[in-house]
Write a protein that binds this ligand. Structure first.
Ligand SMILES: Nc1ncnc2c1ncn2[C@@H]1O[C@H](COP(=O)(O)OP(=O)(O)OP(=O)(O)O)[C@@H](O)[C@H]1O
Length: 574
């Protein structure tokens, strides 16, 4: 009897569907015999329960929709069966057959469910721990708590007085052998709260063995840290880019663009950050993100103007803050942060010497006003980064694979190789070491892989709703344009607003005047439709005609402005 009870207890999870089916049959017999008229109530409870389960109001730990759907469908099927059995009796055909066949059918997903099996195996491991602990050499230790996740499980282990986490660390291979895992599956970390505890991480599979698919944006505000990828112990690699400049370094093919893509895909989902891009490889890397970039520079001249405008934005913000007695710019939807992404910074240093001065200015003064740089480069030598102090201002460093040992210090900073940041040994694209405030351990991570199709889909999804810079920052960039060219201040926002209220001279002239007054990054087609009051086809046709005549230019995808700023006058006069 005792052996049978032990066996039943050990396999209670596997036997749960059979126990549930038998209990359901017994409940049907009892209810039909005692309360046959209760069937409408049982039906009502069934509907309520099924809805509550699928909506997640009950059993909140079922965090996946598939799990909630399974629970809801099972409850619904069981409830309907019980309602009928209560009303007409369990022997009423085909109720007995439905119960006999339905129980194993509903049991199949249960028996094959990976998470359930993992949980059961962890429970068995915990129960067997006292015996294992002796074999491992940690006599007297016990598992205090454990959780199962997608990659394996994690437990908090209490040690016997006098033992420390260092003892556990020395016994990692023995723990792997005792638990019967693959070599390299166990990680041990000290417990911050208690010297006689440690955290045991058991990885059923190596999180870095294959590319890790990106599952969508991890943030909805620039205030939240972005999830770049996962560490070897399957914990997320998080980095905050708010008021921080970032440098991404690694050899060609190490995955720099991949990391940039994860960051851009996440920031694209944040309505409180405006993105500008510089890509002197002819827009090869950043062009797919054009719908989400407020501005994109692909030539040295455009890059210089863009960075100069960046400094104007920061200066106008700094001025506004000091007038109000504030110290930092808190990004919001109406006053967004500005992140300037530079792909291959070395090209900028080589081809746009003048731009480096502006970049330096942004690097030194941009943090407080939330105007920051995100630069990727193959080898951030002093020469490639320009003579200025840009590199030293980068407090987030993402180091992918580098060719030589000394390159580690170039990307991460002096002395990092000696401190164990061995980025030259990273062995697959997308693997990186992250050094940032709060990330000061050389923990290997692998970035999520955002496919080209996901880049296009994300850019198309968020492109139309991307925010624009606040009026103050916009007018700073326009003021400099106008004062450089005409020596007079034109506020395009005001021109737009005037035209919205009083469209003079018909839609054609309104359109042309709006294009003349457009900021360097141009107006979107949606804006032009709104201002002219005309439809998309009309606006497109006019834009094509004027573009063919060389009067207007397409600045980036879907954004237009006039070539000379004089289109309205010349066209109207003509
Ligand atoms: N996180 C990742 N996981 C798996 N594979 C990746 C990852 N990131 C990039 N790769 C793969 O590595 C290859 C090179 O990536 P990527 O173009 O990002 O490198 P790069 O460092 O930007 O190179 P380059 O300097 O030549 O532009 C690509 O084929 C890509 O599929």
């Amino acid at each position: 009897m005792e052996a049978l009870a032990r066996w039943l207890f050990r396999y209670r999870s596997e036997l749960a569907p059979i126990a549930f089916g038998s209990s359901l049959g017994a409940a049907g017999i009892v209810l039909h015999a005692t309360h046959p008229g209760a069937w409408p109530w049982i039906g009502l409870v069934t509907v309520t329960l099924s809805v509550a389960l699928v909506k997640g109001w009950l059993l909140r730990r079922l965090d996946r929709f598939e799990e909630r759907l399974y629970a809801s469908l099972t409850a619904c099927a069981a409830g309907i069966w019980l309602t009928l059995a209560t009303a007409v009796g369990v022997s009423w055909s085909p109720l007995p057959w439905l119960l006999l066949l339905g129980t194993p059918t509903a049991g199949v997903p249960w028996w094959t469910h990976r998470r359930r099996r993992a949980r059961v195996s962890v429970e068995r491991t915990i129960r067997a721990w006292p015996d294992n602990a002796e074999a491992i050499g940690l006599v007297g230790s016990r598992i205090v708590s454990a959780v199962v996740d997608a990659w394996g499980w994690r437990a908090r282990v209490g040690l016997r007085g006098g033992q420390t986490a260092a003892d556990a660390l020395n016994r990692v291979p023995a723990i792997e052998s005792g638990l019967g895992t693959r070599p390299g599956a166990v990680r041990v970390a000290p417990d911050e709260a208690r010297a006689d505890h440690f955290t045991l991480r058991v990885l059923d599979r190596d999180p870095h063995a294959k590319p890790i698919p990106w599952t969508g944006p991890s943030v909805s505000s620039v205030h939240e840290p972005i999830e770049l990828g996962v560490h070897e112990d399957a914990s997320p690699a998080l980095v905050s880019l708010l008021r921080r400049h970032a440098l991404i370094g690694g050899i060609a093919g190490s995955g720099k663009s991949g990391v940039l893509n994860v960051i851009l895909a996440d920031l694209a989902a944040c309505p409180d950050v405006v993105l500008w891009g510089i890509d002197l490889k002819g827009g090869m890397e950043l062009q797919p993100w054009a719908p989400c970039l407020d501005r994109l520079a692909t030539t040295p001249q455009e890059a210089t103007v863009l960075l100069r405008d960046g400094t104007r934005v920061l200066e106008s913000r700094a001025g506004a803050l000091s007038r109000r007695g504030l110290r930092v710019w808190e990004p919001t939807v109406t006053a967004p942060a500005l992140v300037i992404v530079v792909d291959e910074y070395a090209e900028l240093a080589e081809e746009a010497e003048e731009a480096l001065g502006h970049a330096d200015s942004i690097a030194r003064r941009g943090r407080a006003v939330a105007v920051t740089l995100l630069a990727a480069t193959q080898r951030p030598t002093q020469q490639a980064m320009g003579r200025k102090a840009v590199r030293s201002q980068m407090d987030v460093r993402v180091c992918l694979r580098v060719r030589e040992r000394r390159d580690v210090d170039l990307v991460l900073g002096q002395g990092m190789l000696a401190a164990g940041w061995t980025a030259h040994t990273l062995d697959a694209p997308g693997k990186f070491l992250l050094s940032a405030p709060g990330a000061d351990e050389p923990q290997r991570a692998r970035a999520y892989l955002v496919t080209d199709a996901e880049v296009s889909a994300t850019a198309a999804r968020y492109g139309p709703t991307r925010p624009r810079l606040d009026a103050l920052s916009q007018s700073a960039t326009r003021t400099c344009e106008a004062s450089d060219e005409d020596d007079e201040v034109i506020d395009a926002e005001l021109v737009l607003q005037e035209e919205e209220s009083e469209p003079e001279g018909g839609p054609e002239s309104v359109l042309l005047r709006a294009l003349d007054a457009a900021p360097p990054q141009g107006h979107s087609v949606a804006d032009l439709m709104r201002v002219s009051g005309m439809g998309r086809t009309w606006v497109y046709r006019r834009l094509q005609e004027h573009a063919a005549a060389g009067r207007v230019i397409q600045v980036s995808r879907g954004r237009w402005r006039s070539e000379s700023g004089e289109t309205a006058k010349t066209t109207m006069n003509g």
